[in-house]
Write a protein that binds this ligand. Sequence first.
Ligand code: ATP
Length: 404
Amino acid sequence: MLLGIDDTDSPSGMCTTYLGALLARKLNKMHLPVLEARLLRLNPNVIYKTRGNAAICLEVNGDIDRVFETACEMVTGLAHFSHENTNPGVVAMENRPRPDFYWKAVRDFCTTEEAIVVLETAGAHYKGFKNGRGLIGATAAVCSQVPDMTFEYLTYRNSNVFGTPRFVDRKSLFEAEASTYPHTWDTVDYENNCVVCVPHTPDPVLFGIRGESPSYVTLARMQVDSEPTGAEQIFATNQGTDAHLVDGKIGALAEGFSYRITGMVCTHAQTGIGGHVSIGLGDGDTVTRCMAYEPTKGFRNVLRALWPGDRVLVTGSYKGGSINLEKVCVITLSQAGTTRPPVCPSCGARMTSAGTLKGYKCRKCGAHETEPQVTFHDRTITPGWYEVPPVARRHLAKPLCRGP
Ligand code: ATP
């Protein structure tokens, strides 16, 4: 049977993955074996999210009533009900329904009523606490279909130290990444010389290692020195898969969707207040703005190296009238150049314009030329893919080490 849970945390603590890890332990102890723990990231542009819009699905071998009751008890005991945006949902069903609702929740916006239709159709057990919004994520989790699966080894702190500074040895994280990359990723950020996998929020997570298989994330985890952990769990996930992207067209972009878009660069990069960098991307008559915010660090130089006329494919979410860039693929570079009147082939003097569409004239010897002198600029960028650094990567964005 499948159990889905969502929306149990608040900015001051808890984490639905932690609840999932504790529940998996409890069910195993009750001889209700957990066959798979799945962590699904849903539409990153949903405003109600606490942090990463995560939901959990546990696949359990056992009696559905016992599993559902145990999950509801745990949510009742641990969820942060006092926060207005914490509205847990718990669902349980015998078989996995069609994945349509999952894809909608990853790429689009859903309502609680739509989730309930899916649950009723599947004959599911379900409980929505408070306004029941968590039923959306919980339903999406049990409907999930993850054709491109990655894994995360999550470690959690002992509850008596929640809220205090974490101890995870920095050097051991760099070594773990060095010995397992590209089979694991985003443990650290070499370019920006910082640790990525240890949160700074007061939630129970100590660190998480992301990678392509349970064995690689375990191999990396075993190299990390840290404070003692209270619980550990490997999740199968849709992280790092670009599951949120749909093909988009400039001029027909919808707020809160994440796209893959091809277009022509039509302005040079501009740096705004706070170090945010933008370019205009065009498709015929319509232009949209593409943004690389300050936290994307060196990625902003990719935009600065683009010229009008370059053809690119970009990925990112459309929010507030611009695409917040995750990746850029330079398809072709324009022959960016500047023109000036040519040098006279007869006497060597610099010619001048002979008037609009009349070419160039030598004031010294009277010679005529039709074409200007064009100087092509040396480009500092080559065709290919570019991405934001690990420190700025969103959970769902596929790192280039996994392929374009
Ligand atoms: P948690 O660790 O508690 O899961 P979070 O950052 O993942 O924290 P939530 O607290 O779960 O975020 O808040 C997200 C809320 O948005 C949930 O109630 C979830 O059901 C809902 N939600 C998720 N995806 C969508 C969607 N596509 N459309 C509408 N609501 C959504």
